[in-house]
Design a protein around this ligand. Sequence first.
Ligand SMILES: Nc1ncnc2c1ncn2[C@@H]1O[C@H](COP(=O)(O)OP(=O)(O)O)[C@@H](O)[C@H]1O
Ligand SMILES: [Mg+2]
Length: 224
Amino acid sequence: METILKTENLCKYYGKGENQVRAVRSANLAIKKGEFTAIVGKSGSGKSTLLHLLGGLDYPTNGKVWVKEKDIFSMKEEELAIFRRRKIGFVFQAFNLVSSINVWENIALPLGLDGKEADEVFVRDIINTLGITDKIYNLPNTLSGGQQQRVAIARALASRPDIILADEPTGNLDSRTSDEVVTLLKTSSQKYGQTVVMITHDEDIAQIANRILVIEDGKVVEQG
Ligand SMILES: Nc1ncnc2c1ncn2[C@@H]1O[C@H](COP(=O)(O)OP(=O)(O)O)[C@@H](O)[C@H]1O
Ligand SMILES: [Mg+2]
């Protein structure tokens, strides 16, 4: 399979001199299309920083990221924002749903920002796959944590992005719900042919992945 996401000598340093934190140190990754990759590491090891760089949410100190052959940091800010919206779906620990609009509207929101209408058949299929069909007119705060995260996953999938980047998507869920949510993330990404990079501090959750990378003090290595 072709490589869809690649980094070269990717570095992110915060601060200067003695106080410098080297959050990501010279990461060289190649992720294949359709792969489900987990990146595991302790708190403070650089996981979120790495994920933000992979998704173009933050700029590196050094190095490059390619998404589908495109050197993402060679783009101007606005161009990168559009590229990100079309090619990458994000899922965060805190769900980040808009509390004043219902589930369906939350799922369709990123499409609207891109001036597109939701492909209703496709979005309904995602919603069915994730088991939230009877919740589409609910407001987010009437849902359980696990249901809210399934909405966030549906929202990430709805624009058919090539890559889903998930930062501790089960961090706010109990272990049973975590297993359910991460299984649904895997099932749906496989069904729709998407590549997933999921960050977690939980070794058990990481086992669902096809491939596990470990990050320690900003250094990324293959597990095993
Ligand atoms: N904006 C920032 N400014 C300064 N230091 C930061 C910033 N963001 C993260 N760090 C530091 O970088 C390191 C990695 O952080 P982070 O990527 O959030 O780790 P993780 O997600 O694995 O918990 C930590 O030492 C953290 O304190
Ligand atoms: Mg983090």
